[in-house]
Design a protein around this ligand. Structure first.
Ligand code: NAD
Length: 534
């Protein structure tokens, strides 16, 4: 009922540009103006924006939440110049003091965690608990980066020459550009910013053009911390924009590292451009993740995990479960229990606490879903559940689709149906007889992000995590494909881009490394005993 009222409000107000109370409550809590004025979408120490206007559209109701003035090419150049100046100042601040800034950022974010989480739900469309969880991830990685700021250590290496020693020294890198995808409009930037900041870089963010409000709200919080400490805002700049601004940023020789999160298609282009100018890249691209269920799996754990993996975030996580390989002996029972859970899906306003399924993020994503369904039908696949949009009111106002389970006829893992990431809640299932066969299927696709095996047998675990096991960056056992913690480095292999960010050793990419040989002796011998006497 509430949702119906909200939708009508949204539709009635679209022409007059007055926001629904649902939207204005969320925006006001983060000091985002709710008046019809266009918002500045560039921050380089000052807020500005004179480029193309981006529209933030609520995927639940179709309401235009705001119009944002993106960066012009000139504003991007100025933002990069200011980032360079900011870097020169920031790199001289000792790392533990940079960590203190990150700690203050952590506090500021935690204070607005629920409000930011609600904005993620409003603008991106994921349900509230996931929106808040995404902000929590930013908070968590800040904690990690604070500790790291006292541990970004180099090494002392033994020299073969008497009276010499060698140091491996990390120093700040320069400017790190973060280009991010729509589906994690807060956390991906958080993973990068917190580590990049502790490492002493200036960071410049180009978010997805369809989630500008999340980036503005986060940047306001970061800016307030920098300004309170008398530091240049360009340490954490923002340039909203579309493909053109993304391309200009990626091509710019003044950007030492490009951390790109997005599709394989765009990542391929970005990788080539940055490589051609010998910049550094960190690529976090598409996933096509499989869960394998063995006969001895605990189905009371495995079925809900696959349900969350395939339906959570409406199938729009890079780690969403897209392929399901079931041992023949448990396949009928597994599918019947999974279908039972699909039958309980509550679609609706992602801001409402009892909603399990929000909308797809854009109208364009509806096309991705429909073409996947059309392809399945054309190939005579068995569609167990789903396969259509929600076209009854009020869901018809948003981009709502029914999560789908399908059994394709073909088992060829290199067939387009199995080998392509569809960024929608469509789960492809098949039966296998031997674990080796399932592992081969798991590895046969171009992507290599996340994978999950369900078993109680230690011998299976050994195979799965060993040299002939899963070739993905995330190899789980009795844990679904979706939902990683910040402590381990996150990322995937093969066409997922080989990037690693967040925890583990990921920080080592955000610094420049130098080997420094120091001579404390009165001789100057050459290495390897080479003599070069004049
Ligand atoms: P996308 O590739 O369309 O866009 C990503 C970013 O690239 C956006 O900011 C976009 O404006 C920018 N961009 C577009 N064209 C560009 C160009 N030519 N040069 C430079 N930048 C350009 O991706 P999306 O639809 O926003 O996000 C969904 C994709 O992201 C999925 O494939 C998903 O798997 C992937 N993803 C991966 C991870 C991961 O960690 N591996 C995390 C989240 C999302």
């Amino acid at each position: 009922m509430l949702f119906t009222r909200i939708t009508r409000l949204a539709l009635n107000t679209r022409s007059t540009r007055q926001l629904s109370s649902r939207a204005s409550t969320v925006l006001s809590a983060l000091d985002i103006p709710t008046t019809p004025t266009e918002l500045p979408g560039v921050y380089d120490g000052q807020w500005k924006g004179s480029g193309d206007v981006l529209e933030s559209i609520c995927p639940t109701t179709g309401e235009v939440l705001a119009r944002v003035k993106s960066a012009s090419p000139e504003e991007l150049s100025v933002a990069l110049e200011k980032a360079r100046e900011a870097y020169k100042e920031f790199r001289l601040i000792p790392a533990p003091r940079r960590g203190e800034l990150v700690r203050q950022l952590r506090e500021a974010l935690a204070a607005k965690r629920d409000e930011l989480g609600a904005l993620v739900s409003l603008e991106m469309g994921k349900i509230k608990t996931e929106g808040v969880g995404e902000v929590q991830e930013f908070v968590d990685i800040c904690d990690y980066a604070v500790g790291l700021s006292r541990m970004m250590n180099g090494r002392v290496v033994s020299s073969e020459r008497p009276g010499h020693t060698i140091l491996e020294v990390p120093n700040p890198l320069g400017i790190v550009a973060v280009l991010s995808a729509f589906n994690f409009p807060v956390a991906v930037y958080g993973w990068n910013l917190s580590i990049s900041m502790a490492a002493g870089n200036a960071t410049i963010w180009k978010p997805s053009p369809s989630t500008p409000l999340c980036s503005i709200a986060v940047t306001k919080i970061v800016a307030s911390v920098l300004e309170k400490n008398g530091l240049p805002g360009a340490i954490a700049g923002l340039v909203t924009g579309g493909k053109d601004i993304g391309e200009a940023l990626v091509e710019d020789r003044d950007v030492e590292m490009v951390s790109f999160t997005g599709s394989e298609a765009v990542g391929r282009k970005v990788g080539k451009v940055v490589q051609s100018r010998f910049g550094k890249t960190l690529l976090e691209l598409g996933g096509n993740n499989a869960s394998i269920i063995m006969p001895d799996a605990d189905l009371s754990l495995a079925v809900p995990a696959v349900f969350f993996g395939s339906v959570g975030t409406a199938g729009q996580r890079c780690t969403s479960t897209r392929r399901l390989y079931l041992h023949r002996s448990i396949a009928p029972e597994f599918l019947s229990r999974l279908q039972g859970l699909y039958g309980t899906i509550r679609a609706g306003d992602p801001l409402a606490t009892d909603t399990l399924l929000g909308p797809l993020h854009t109208r364009g994503a509806l096309g991705i879903y429909s073409s996947a369904i059309d392809q399945l039908k054309a190939a005579d696949a068995e569609i167990l559940t789903g396969g259509s949009r929600y076209d009854e009111a009020p869901l018809d106002q948003g981009n709502f689709v029914r999560p789908t389970i399908a059994i394709p006829k073909t088992l060829d893992p290199t067939h387009e149906m199995w080998a392509t990431e569809r960024f929608a809640p469509v789960l492809y299932a098949a039966e296998f007889d031997e674990l080796e066969q399932a592992i081969e299927w798991n590895n046969a696709v171009p992507q290599g992000l996340s994978s999950s095996l369900w078993t109680r047998d230690l011998r299976n675990v050994g195979k799965w995590i060993g040299p002939a096991g899963s070739d993905a960056g995330i190899v789980n056992v009795n844990v679904g494909t979706s939902g990683a913690e910040i402590g381990a480095a996150f990322g995937g292999n093969k066409s997922t881009g080989w990037g690693r960010e967040s925890g583990g050793d990921a920080w080592k990419q955000y610094v420049r490394w130098s080997a420094c040989t120091l001579n404390f002796s009165d001789e100057a011998p050459l290495a390897q005993g080479v003599s070069f006497d004049a």
